[in-house]
Design a protein around this ligand. Structure first.
Ligand code: HSE
Length: 441
């Protein structure tokens, strides 16, 4: 029981710094809790000079990845450089060299996960990725272990701290999107490329990973319908507030009769729903199991310390297995690799939802009649209409809420509406979720 487990970490940036710090600062705590010694043996980065705000023992920092990948003493390779390449090749090399892998790289897992998990199954090593979803919230472990005996009919949540921070600041302070984005970047929440955060791609990566586990079926980024928040304006936020809603970037996966629904988009959430109360960089995961019922996990989904905590938890899991001579006690995807089976994905066209439309139109007689006619042609029924005053260009926002309508009919109607010469900008569309109904209340 007293083997030292040696960890080699690649990437000494935001998450790498948090991981190094927690492994060093909590070394005694981890040793007491695991009954073994977990040693941060190597940290590899191009920059081993800059001050990260804490000291690293001599001999740990290196610029040579061979000190980790080709070092037989290293048991666990922690990849924290992000991106597809060279992260993918390094992970595959580590697996080939018989090392267990811990990664926070959701982009890689959501696009090349199958290849990596297959290689790991063949080599009999672990691939752990708690930090790829939900920062400090142990949601992957909950899906694989705590809720293992449940079927999930719905998983939904707020899975991107940057986007949630932006929407929250816009809601509370009436600020513009761009202004808040730079604040989020300064706070260290955002991805290297913030487009991933604001265009919903990061959220879609996370949803793909969670759905793979929840349904035991390979799900990749391409399977997820994705829309971001960059077109949301303070006007939409204010209309939403008046209507009793908050706008959230929601990820939703559900088992439907025509397949698994997988979608990420700005969503109007009723203000009295728990998810509407999740503000700032916080994330929330709503897992609905057939026996456990509704489980809500809430916490910091981004940032150095929470994400470092998740990486360290994976390291500890693997260290415990090593100490007890166990191999892959829990399969990386919560199901043996050869038991994964493809499931049909529900087409987005079939989605049925209520919709918020904000039309930007010239204030002329007959415009409203024209728009309602086109919606009527597609069988879309209007629930209410609000028109506010003109701006200097003579353009006015008209907000319309619909009754339940089908996505494909909405798309067909908007194709026609957005080409009308009285329409001055593309219509803003936000789906309105009756979350209480989804939850089965
Ligand atoms: N950029 C991500 C976020 C970090 O804002 O949530 C964690 O995945």
């Amino acid at each position: 029981m007293n083997k030292t487990v040696n960890v080699g970490l690649l990437g000494f940036g935001t998450v790498g710094g948090g991981t190094a710090r927690i492994l060093l600062e909590q070394e005694d705590l981890l040793s007491r809790r695991t009954g073994t010694s977990i040693r941060l043996a190597k940290i590899c980065d191009k920059d081993i000079i800059s001050d990260r705000g804490f000291s690293v023992p001599p001999g740990v920092l290196t610029q040579d990845l061979g000190d980790i990948l080709d070092n037989p003493d290293i048991d666990i390779f922690v990849e924290l450089i992000g991106g597809i390449e060279p992260a993918r090749s390094f992970i595959l090399q580590a697996i080939k060299n018989g090392k267990h892998v811990v990664t926070a790289n959701k982009a890689l897992l959501a696009t090349h996960g199958y290849e990596i998990f297959k290689a790991a199954a063949g080599a009999g090593v672990e691939v752990a990725f708690e930090a790829s979803v939900g920062g400090g919230i142990p949601v992957i472990k909950a899906l694989k272990e705590g809720l293992v005996a449940n079927r999930f009919h719905t998983i939904m949540g707020i899975m991107n701290g940057t986007a949630n921070y932006i929407l929250s600041e816009m809601t509370e302070k009436g600020k513009e999107f761009k202004e808040v984005l730079s604040q989020a970047q300064e706070l260290g929440y955002a991805e290297l490329d913030p487009t991933y955060d604001v265009e919903g791609i990061d959220t879609a990566h996370k949803l793909a990973i969670m759905a793979t586990i929840a349904f035991g079926s390979p799900v990749s980024l391409d399977d997820v319908y994705t829309e971001g928040i960059s077109r949301i304006s303070p006007m939409d936020i204010s209309f939403a507030k008046d209507l009793g809603y908050r706008i959230k970037l929601l990820a939703i996966t559900r088992e439907q009769p025509d397949g698994i629904e997988l979608r990420v988009h700005p969503t109007m959430v009723p203000s009295d729903h728990l998810l509407a109360q999740v503000g700032g960089a916080y994330n929330a995961f709503y897992l609905i199991g057939d026996f456990a019922g509704k489980v809500l996990m809430y916490g910091l989904g981004a940032g150095q310390r929470p994400t470092g905590s998740a990486v360290a938890a994976d390291v500890v899991d693997i260290a415990r297995n090593i100490v007890h001579g166990a191999q892959r006690r829990v399969d990386p995807l919560g199901i043996p690799f050869d038991r994964l089976s493809p499931l049909k994905k529900a087409p987005m066209d079939n989605l049925s939802s209520r919709y918020y439309f904000r039309f930007s139109v010239l204030d002329r007689p007959g415009v409203l009649a024209k728009i309602s006619g086109i919606l009527g042609d597609q069988g879309i029924s209007i629930a209410s209409v609000v028109q506010e005053g003109r701006d200097r260009t003579g353009s006015v926002p008209i907000v319309m809420l619909t009754h339940e309508a089908m996505e494909k009919r909405v798309r067909a109607a908007l194709d026609v509406i957005d080409r009308l010469d009285v329409v001055s900008d593309a219509t803003m569309v936000i789906r309105m979720e009756d979350l209480h109904a989804i939850e089965g209340n």
